[in-house]
Design a protein around this ligand. Structure first.
Ligand code: GLN
Length: 474
């Protein structure tokens, strides 16, 4: 598990010629091979990565300047459309699918000199919190392989902790970057909705899908975000943003932070509360003003999320009809049968469950009672966050009610699995930026994450506080 230098140092070393892009790519590919038993990776992109590395090295030899991520290898969750490998979303539905174009996020990283070396495992279509919903394999937690790595970006988080690359990309619709970051002990950033283009990423719930990095430090996450951020004409929900390449300094005595009351109740694992409290105390003793903030509607966030997100999923997954994408029913009698067979063979249990719930809450007769009401609750949550950020610069709390659970513990109980998302879905529904940073370990050595949330499009400010908290002496 040899760790990587900061992304900035790797790129500087490649640019200066003290190492080569090829050496960095080969190192990443070796680490992927060595960490195979953790099942974090679905496929490698070795040929294309080596070709790109050689091109970058040749440009450097020719005296060119090659970009802020020159020769930095990275891994993308397998729901990012990429050249040089299949894009499966870890589902049987897309087994064998070769993307005809690449995601904007990856194009921008490549333009800055970064090199995608592999595709990471996930819960199929990003539905889940443990990677156990993957149709391919279950990723093991790198800290303790008897436990889950979290999900749905579990492969990406495990890959970073296993030293397979200095950073990985994940998607976060309701916590899928923050939860695995917390379970594996790495940094995971969900930016504000609209900061990074969703173009070329397999859609889950379009109104909350966000793209972000998992990395070894807040500074690395900031740099990667700055490269991916900005308007994209291929995604009309993207916004202009001014994401800095480096993290700003903060003055602790000018900061006011709110601890989310609803996230620190007795239902939350005591060691998780202790770890979060220790970080909060450290901030306090360094001059940060700390207050308790109550957001009562957050207790409704999970129910609201599990109405709205399946609704959007049922719509987004309707494109997989056995005609246009990979899984095509072999012996269909007629068109109707080919739809039904392809969907019943290609989708796993969780996708089917969500399609059924989503279709139900959108159906006439139930729309007002479920979908419309959940939208009203969503607005209430947004308003409550806005009111909170009038009073404090940031909100803090745990990422999840407990550290990583054991493999197999929640697979047969979807309700129990959903409950683990209770602390992450609020920020997703509100479209605000949120990050998980390591906050120590419990007695059995399992990592615990601290979640920090900030107001909409306050991503630079969030990252500045996160970096300060990351290094705050306790
Ligand atoms: N665990 C949540 C869910 O299953 C979040 C998933 C995600 O963010 N992609 O819906």
């Amino acid at each position: 598990m040899a760790s990587w230098d900061s992304i900035e140092s790797i790129a500087a070393a490649v640019q200066s010629g003290s190492t080569t892009a090829l050496e960095q790519v080969e190192r990443a590919l070796r680490a992927i091979e060595e960490g195979k038993e953790y099942q974090a990776i679905i496929s490698t992109i070795s040929d294309r990565a080596i070709e790109q590395a050689k091109m970058i090295d040749a440009r450097i030899v020719a005296g060119e300047k090659v970009g802020s991520l020159a020769g930095v290898p990275f891994i993308a969750k397998d729901n990012f459309l990429t050249f040089g490998s299949e894009t499966t979303a870890a589902s049987n539905m897309l087994r064998g699918f070769k993307a005809p174009y690449q995601s904007t996020a990856i194009n921008r990283l490549e333009a800055a000199g970064a090199i995608c070396v592999a595709k990471a495992n996930l819960d199929a279509f990003a539905h889940g919190s443990s990677t156990e919903n993957s149709d391919y394999m279950t990723t093991k937690n790198p800290v303790n392989p008897a436990h889950v790595p979290g999900g749905s970006s579990g492969g990406s988080a495990a890959a970073v902790v296993l030293g397979m690359a200095p950073f990985a990309l994940g998607t976060d619709t309701g916590g899928s970057i923050r939860l695995p970051a917390s379970f594996c002990g790495t940094v995971g950033l969900k930016p504000s909705y609209g900061i990074v283009s969703r173009s070329g990423v397999v859609a889950m719930a379009s109104s909350t899908d966000c793209i972000g990095p998992l990395a070894n430090s807040v500074a690395d996450a900031q740099l990667v975000l700055s490269v991916m951020a900005g308007r994209d004409e291929l995604d009309s929900t993207t916004i202009e943003s001014d994401i800095k390449t480096t993290v700003s300094e903060v003055n602790p005595s000018q900061l006011k932070v709110g601890v989310v009351k609803e996230f620190m109740t007795k239902d939350v694992d005591s060691e998780v509360r202790k770890a979060v409290q220790a970080k909060v105390d450290a901030l306090k003793s360094n001059g940060v003003q700390v207050v308790e903030v109550s957001l009562p509607s957050l207790t409704l966030a999970l129910a609201c999320y599990y109405v709205l997100v399946p609704a959007e999923i049922s719509s987004n997954l309707s494109r997989y009809d056995g005609q246009r994408f990979e899984h095509i029913a072999a012996d269909a009698k007629d068109l109707e049968d080919s739809y039904v067979s392809a969907r019943s063979e290609g989708f796993g249990r969780e996708a089917k469950r969500r399609i059924m719930i989503g279709t139900y809450v959108l159906s006439s007769g139930y729309y007002d009672a479920y979908y419309k009401r959940a939208q009203l609750v969503r607005t209430k949550i947004i308003k409550e966050f806005e009111a909170a950020f009038e009073k404090v610069d940031a909100l803090v709390g745990p990422v999840a009610p407990a550290p990583a659970f054991k493999l197999g513990d929640n697979v047969s109980d979807p309700m129990q699995m959903y409950l683990g998302d209770v602390m992450t879905v609020g920020a997703s529904l509100a479209g605000i930026p949120a990050i998980s940073i390591p906050a120590g370990k419990n007695e059995s050595g399992l990592p615990i994450g601290l979640q920090i949330m900030a107001g909409r499009v306050q991503d630079n400010e969030l990252l500045a506080l996160a970096k300060y908290t990351e290094g705050v002496p306790s």
